[in-house]
Design a protein around this ligand. Sequence first.
Ligand SMILES: CC(C)(COP(=O)(O)OP(=O)(O)OC[C@H]1O[C@@H](n2cnc3c(N)ncnc32)[C@H](O)[C@@H]1OP(=O)(O)O)[C@@H](O)C(=O)NCCC(=O)NCCS
Length: 185
Amino acid sequence: MALVFSARLTDEVDLRSWDPVMAAPMVRALNENRNHIRGWLSWPHDGYDLDDARWFIERQLEVWARDGLMSVGIWRGEDLIGGVTPNSSRPGNKSVALGYWIAASEQGKGLVTGACRAVIDDLFAARSMHRIVINVHPENVRSRRVPERLGFREEGTLREAVCDDHGFHDWVVYAMLEDEWRARP
Ligand SMILES: CC(C)(COP(=O)(O)OP(=O)(O)OC[C@H]1O[C@@H](n2cnc3c(N)ncnc32)[C@H](O)[C@@H]1OP(=O)(O)O)[C@@H](O)C(=O)NCCC(=O)NCCS
């Protein structure tokens, strides 16, 4: 399989851009981790299947072709264990929001922080992005630590900006600008 992007994260874990053949491992990973992810994100829905995974992968390939934004899976061998996805509603602003997840059993190893770092490097250096945002549920303490560890600035709270399975809730906004990323120690 010729991937657009792949990079080693650790001796056993690597990042790979999406390919339609990845639909089956994606269904497996999301079904195994549905409750863990659904605590904080409104997907994957019950009955997430191959069509859903293929739809997601095709959207990511379209976004890559159109906007040059690279979404990656985090892989341990042939097992998909997580993902980092940049989203942009207005690419002209050169601003993207990052979303991420990791399998429950793979938490606490720095894999998401490392994967975000690689994706952010690519977005600033190769895609000419100017601003990267991470929006987090205020009570998602584990997730808040990811932008904090990466040196993002907490900019404020959007009140009741999101409506999900649990009703309306706030979003804490963290952001990093390109010159701040270059200047960090
Ligand atoms: C949010 C989520 C991605 C965080 O995962 P995580 O494993 O805590 O994050 P990381 O992979 O960056 O790992 C960080 C942990 O590894 C530790 N670690 C070990 N080696 C490390 C290294 N080389 N670099 C950074 N951290 C390292 C850190 O100390 C940290 O542990 P701590 O939280 O106990 O201090 C995960 O909990 C998740 O998938 N949740 C469900 C979905 C979700 O909430 N997504 C985000 C929505 S905004």
